[in-house]
Every structure is written in C-alpha cells, then in structure tokens.
Ligand binder design. Structure first.
Ligand SMILES: O=C(CO)[C@H](O)[C@H](O)COP(=O)(O)O
Length: 228
C-alpha cells in the first residue's frame, strides 16, 4: 500500500471524529488534505473550519466547507493535522509545508488535537527529518548564526539551511523564512524547543510537544491509534 493510501485512511478515520456544529482546525499538507476532503464529503451541518494555511483555505473553500478565522472563533473543538515525524509521547516535528506558525496557533487554541500520518512517519527518536524553524526575514543571517550556536550546544554540528524553492527563498504565509536544521537525533526536544524560542528573530519552530492528544496512523492493515 502506498504512503498516500495510508494518508488517505488516516484522514478518513479522523473525519469520522468530527460532529455537526463543531469548530474544526484544518491542518496543512497532503495528509491533512485527505482529511479536508473526507470531512467535506460527510456534509455535516453547522461546522466552522479554521484553516492553518492559504493552501488549505483554498481547498476547503472549493469543497464548500464554511471557513472561519482564529479571530472570529478563538476556541476550536478539534484540530486534525499531519506531521513530518511522530515520536515517543506523540512529540512531533511539523513544518515541512512551511505552515508551522499558523498550525501551532490553531493547535494551541484547540480542546483536542489529532495528528494523522502514514506509518513511515512514526520514529523512535525525532530528528531525521530536518527541523523547520521560522525566522523573520530582517537580519535572518544573524539569526541563523545564533541558531547554529544553539544547535551546537545540543551537539548538532550542521548549521540550519535557509529553505529555497525554484523562485528563491521560501516565504511562509506570514512572509517569514524557514530554516531547516538537520539534527539527525534530538535527544532533549523540550530543552531544544525552549532554547530556540529564546532567540530574537525566531518566530516559531516545528517541535510540537505535549500538544497531540491522539495519533491516527495509516498502515497497510488499516489504521492504528496511538496516545501520548
Ligand atoms: O507540518 C506540516 C505543514 O507545515 C505538514 O503537516 C507536514 O509537513 C506533513 O505533510 P504531509 O502530510 O504532506 O506529509
């Protein structure tokens, strides 16, 4: 079974957790897109959906899901979103799709968060997937030097690299840049998260700790449920 089929299974299973009248946070990425499609197909009444990116907003709009914003609906009942890695205790790396800031804002405003992923995303130690760090564009090379110092304190030798695409530097929906830190193994995610947040110029990082209430993992044999 392909990773995409596993993502679809996870997204469809998560859509069954949504009830009419809920305020729902919509994640970003290919797995979250399966959830958005499955949710729209259910035709539930009274939903209000808060998207975590412009891309998700566009998809949800096309599918006829009623959209809201964090300003209009500051308390969200349930958020469903993908992840780049799912580690022990449901510690996550997110931000592969450059939406980590809006995602974290929506997750933190949610009563319940479900992470959905294909089986390959489940890892014993976080860090093989490069950790995304969102940085303000002003003075970003100076900020990158300070990030390198913090990484070095965590025995991570490789400095983070600014993310580029065909048209140059990748910009987030908020106009910031993304640096990707190739950590290999993050032995103390809590301390690394705290240390990165203390750097002026770092807006957010992709470590989502103590936020996921449940994981729905798509596998070749259906879905597996994980709890922290
Ligand atoms: O964090 C994210 C976007 O910022 C995504 O959830 C993460 O990158 C997983 O993406 P996909 O479902 O396409 O594998």
């Amino acid at each position: 079974m392909s990773a995409d089929t596993q993502k679809r299974l996870a997204g469809e299973a998560a859509a069954l957790r949504v009830e009419s009248g809920m305020i729902v946070g919509l994640g970003t990425g290919s797995t979250a897109a399966w959830f958005v499609k499955a949710l729209a197909a259910r035709g539930l009444s009274g939903l209000r959906c808060v998207p975590t990116s412009e891309a998700t907003a566009e998809l949800a709009r096309e599918l006829g899901l009623p959209l809201s914003t964090l300003e209009d609906t500051p308390r969200i009942d349930l958020t469903v979103d993908g992840a780049d890695e799912v580690g022990p205790g449901l510690a996550l790396i997110k931000g592969g799709g450059a939406a980590l800031l809006r995602e974290k804002l929506v997750w933190e405003a949610s009563s319940r968060c479900i992470v959905i992923a294909d089986k390959a995303k489940v890892v014993p130690v976080l860090g093989k997937f490069a950790l995304p760090i969102e940085v303000v564009a002003f003075g970003h090379k100076t900020t990158a030097n300070r990030i390198a110092d913090v990484l070095s304190d965590h025995e991570i030798a490789m400095p983070a690299r600014v993310r580029t695409a065909e048209r140059g530097l990748v910009r987030t929906d908020g106009g910031n840049l993304i640096y990707d830190a190739s950590c290999q193994a993050i032995h103390n995610p809590i301390r690394l998260a705290d240390d990165l947040k203390l750097i002026t110029g770092v807006v957010e990082h992709g470590l989502f700790l103590d936020l996921a209430d449940e994981a729905i993992i798509g596998t070749d044999d259906g879905v597996e449920l994980l709890t922290p």
